[in-house]
Design a protein around this ligand. Structure first.
Ligand code: TYD
Length: 135
């Protein structure tokens, strides 16, 4: 449970025809990919997330536009503004998170080490803190 979130820089192949970035599982991100999903068309002022995962680790990239990812490890809050497609935020399990401040046309790509599993979600912040305190 004591894994920490951190920013991961991805390769950036600069090219006058347009830049290119990529990621490979186990190399640029520290897990094997089970699922990818994306969040888009977020209306101004909306929030996404508001939960933690028991197992799931994620890597979030702002493929387009920008947004904030606010994390809480049960002790302190951390805020990351993602606004480039050549780096992303690694979030281990047992970290509370939500995303807000989405720009127009923001596109968040999320790469995950788990398939979608409703039971993996912790959706109540008090319950999340209790789980951490009883660990
Ligand atoms: P959810 O993860 O709760 O979104 P957010 O945390 O941003 O509020 O997911 C919203 C809905 O989408 C929920 O009904 C489950 C569904 N969903 C899937 O079916 N598969 C997925 O991979 C994800 C991420 C969500």
């Amino acid at each position: 449970m004591n894994n920490k979130p951190y920013i991961i820089e991805l390769p950036k192949i600069k090219d006058p025809r347009g830049n290119l970035s990529f990621l490979e599982e186990g190399k640029h991100i520290p897990f094997i990919i089970a699922r990818t999903y994306w969040i888009y068309d977020v209306p101004g002022g909306e929030k996404r997330g508001g939960h933690a995962f028991k197992q799931q680790k994620e890597f979030i990239i702002a493929l387009s536009g920008s947004f904030d990812v606010i994390l809480n490890d049960g002790y302190k809050e951390m805020k990351y503004n993602l606004n480039r497609s050549y780096y992303g935020l690694y979030i281990p399990n047992y970290i509370w998170r939500y995303m807000d401040n989405f720009s127009t046309n923001a596109l968040a790509l999320i790469v995950s080490d788990q398939k979608y599993e409703q039971e993996d979600y912790i959706r109540n912040f008090e319950q999340f803190c209790n789980i951490l305190n009883n660990d």
